[in-house]
Design a protein around this ligand. Structure first.
Ligand SMILES: C[S@@+](CC[C@H](N)C(=O)[O-])C[C@H]1O[C@@H](n2cnc3c(N)ncnc32)[C@H](O)[C@@H]1O
Length: 329
């Protein structure tokens, strides 16, 4: 596996919505912030430069050179913990004034062919962020039955041609297991065709596999509730997501009353839950200038809120719109 270069000039991941994230977490001077998705440390560095104390967390052991560098530069204000943000309330100890989550893969992960995240780079079908832990994408592609595969592609990738793709995968693997990213991408292209101007036909399937391999929806929900438990009253949570399924989860988490039934005078009074979050801000998207400078920022959405004094909820997946593995097309 290629070793990431830990220097600022060639930092391999450009932080997305950086100024907006800093504004959402302000005031920063002297604040204790958890960066739950450390990556190349772009947010952490900016938070440290603004005077915060930062605890960085990442499940990918390959980020260590970036963390080591920040620890050397800010020995009394930066520390790093290897782990999953689902457990951030156990990995970091309070009082904590801010948590930031930048959900998804880093450019280092996408660009490194050996990690198997990109259908444009020949590599093993791996996709595990926590390198070597749990099932790889190849395990799912070669191990799930046709219905399970179709359900996964439909629920996690919103792939409308999931059945056709699953059928082709199962037919192809009868000869020999599907081993590489490009082999799978070609197979999907052959199964559902490609229209000029459209995204690559494997885009949605790769997204679905990555989400399943890394339990990304489960991690997101657990991480949101862990942040609710960890933050002090008045603490801020900022979450950047990159597709609508994740954004829906964050939106409903901050504002569970939205979408709840409205009061009718003919029915018993609805008792409203106490609100754990105030100052829930409108979704923030990157400027045109940022998306030109960094096309990977294109689909980013930032949501943030301020922790109230109400006791934290226990983790509850209900009502958040988390996609479930059923209903294949
Ligand atoms: C989009 S990158 C973050 C980039 C970072 N904000 C920066 O400026 O460099 C996402 C990072 O979060 C990590 N990650 C994703 N899911 C995680 C999880 N559940 N727990 C801990 N880290 C996770 C990935 O390994 C990746 O390094």
């Amino acid at each position: 596996m290629a070793k990431p270069v830990a220097s600022e000039q060639d930092a391999p991941h450009v932080p997305v919505l950086l100024d907006e994230v800093l504004a959402a977490l302000a005031p920063l001077d002297g604040a204790r912030i958890v960066d739950g998705t450390f990556g190349a440390g772009g947010y952490s560095r900016a938070l440290l430069n603004a005077g915060a104390m930062v605890i960085g967390i990442d499940r990918d052991p390959n980020v260590k050179p970036f963390a080591d560098r920040l620890a050397a530069e800010f020995p009394s204000r930066f520390s790093f913990v290897h782990g999953a943000f689902a457990e951030l309330d156990q990995l970091a100890t309070g009082p904590i004034d801010g948590v930031v989550l930048d959900i998804g893969v880093s450019s280092m992960q996408l660009d490194e062919a050996n990690r198997g995240f990109s259908f444009m780079r020949e590599g093993p079908l791996d996709m595990r962020m926590a390198a070597g832990q749990g099932d790889s994408a190849a395990d799912l592609i070669n191990g799930l039955d046709e219905t399970e595969l179709a359900n996964l592609l439909f629920a996690y990738g919103e792939e409308r041609k999931s059945r056709r793709i699953a059928h082709s995968i199962v037919a192809a693997r009868a000869d020999k297991p599907i081993a590489t990213t490009t082999e799978l991408a070609r197979l999907i292209e052959k199964a559902i065709g490609r229209k000029p101007g459209d995204a690559h036909p494997a885009t949605r399937s790769f997204q679905a596999l990555r989400i399943a391999v890394n339990d990304e929806f489960g991690q997101l929900v657990e991480g949101l509730f862990a942040s609710e438990r960890l933050l002090t009253e008045g603490g801020r949570l900022a979450v950047v997501t990159f597709h609508s399924l994740e954004d829906r989860i964050v939106k409903r988490f901050f504002d569970p009353e939205k979408g709840a039934p409205t009061q009718s005078r003919h029915l018993p009074e609805i008792v409203r839950d106490v609100l754990r979050w105030s100052d829930v801000r409108k979704a923030v998207k990157p400027s045109a200038e940022e998306t030109i400078r960094n096309p990977r920022a294109r689909s980013a959405i930032l949501r943030s809120g301020l922790r109230s004094a109400a006791p934290a909820r226990s983790t509850d997946f209900a009502g958040l719109g988390v996609p479930r593995l059923r209903g294949a097309a």
